[in-house]
Ligand binder design. Sequence first.
Ligand SMILES: [Zn+2]
Length: 342
Amino acid sequence: MEFLRKLISTPGTSGREERVRELILKETKGLWDETTVDPLGNVICRKKPAKSGKKATRKVMIAAHMDEIGFYVRAIDEQGWLRVQKVGGFEPRNLFARRVLVQGRKDLIGVMNPGIRPTHVASEEERKKVLDVKDFFVDAFMPKDEVEKAVRIGDPVTWIQDLAVVGDYWTGKAMDDRIAVWTAISAIRKVARKSACDIYFVGTVQEEVGCRGSGPGAYGLDTDVAIAVDVTLSCDTPGTDKTDSISQLGKGVALKVMDSASISDRGLLDEFIATAQKHKIPHQLEILPMGGTDAGSMQRAGAGRKAFTLSIPCRYVHTPTETVHRKDVEAGIDLLAAWIAG
Ligand SMILES: [Zn+2]
């Protein structure tokens, strides 16, 4: 759990995943037979099959992305306010009044707010204004000359929001996709000594900007099978019809049938369903009409390969309140471990 806590609080805007990568390598020391970092920055951790001497076993890539949605400093204006470029899918309505970490020459704490007048003094017209990400700025609480010494254009900025455990609910920023990194590694750790598969766990880069890391990663490894572990939407909250909820928190790990980037291989989907049934692991089937995971790019890299996504249901995706349920995460670990061991 301490590892998850660190994964959540560590910053890793798409393209700047170094700290997450270092954390994974440090916290999983001794688990792998080989580790490498490919040219794009994907961290590749290999666990060879436990039973040596047996005939060739399945070569499996298990990917979970290390990056999180975030920002890059786009400009420092005359007053020293930081203007930012968004990286990944942000909803401007979720950007109000956020505490942020500016990763400059050293880490700086700032706050993000839009350049509008407070509601106390705003006109009727101003209150109706629909805001865009470019209307927001970061206050780093320093005069312009000091800001310029500490911050450079292109420095990454991420939300600050640590993990909180509230009963069975775990909430924090970057649950997408650090909970999947944690799930995948926990599953591999569980069956490391009895796995018949040649496993490549890959912490991928730049998923949030269009799955740019996992495709080349899959091409380089050329595994038989690729499994993405990622979060999926759980719209089981007010404002959405039950049939549109995609997944429901606490009802088990979600097995993806399709999203807008991939259709899961039928054989793999059936294998995961059968494994879940055999071991009585709670699960739900998922169709996500819009959005995708690394499975989409891994499936199509090179000559292609069979791909599937194991999803952890998550409420409030792409907000600093991303929330998962302990039982779904445990089901994810159990199912992935059972599938690898099988
Ligand atoms: Zn994700």
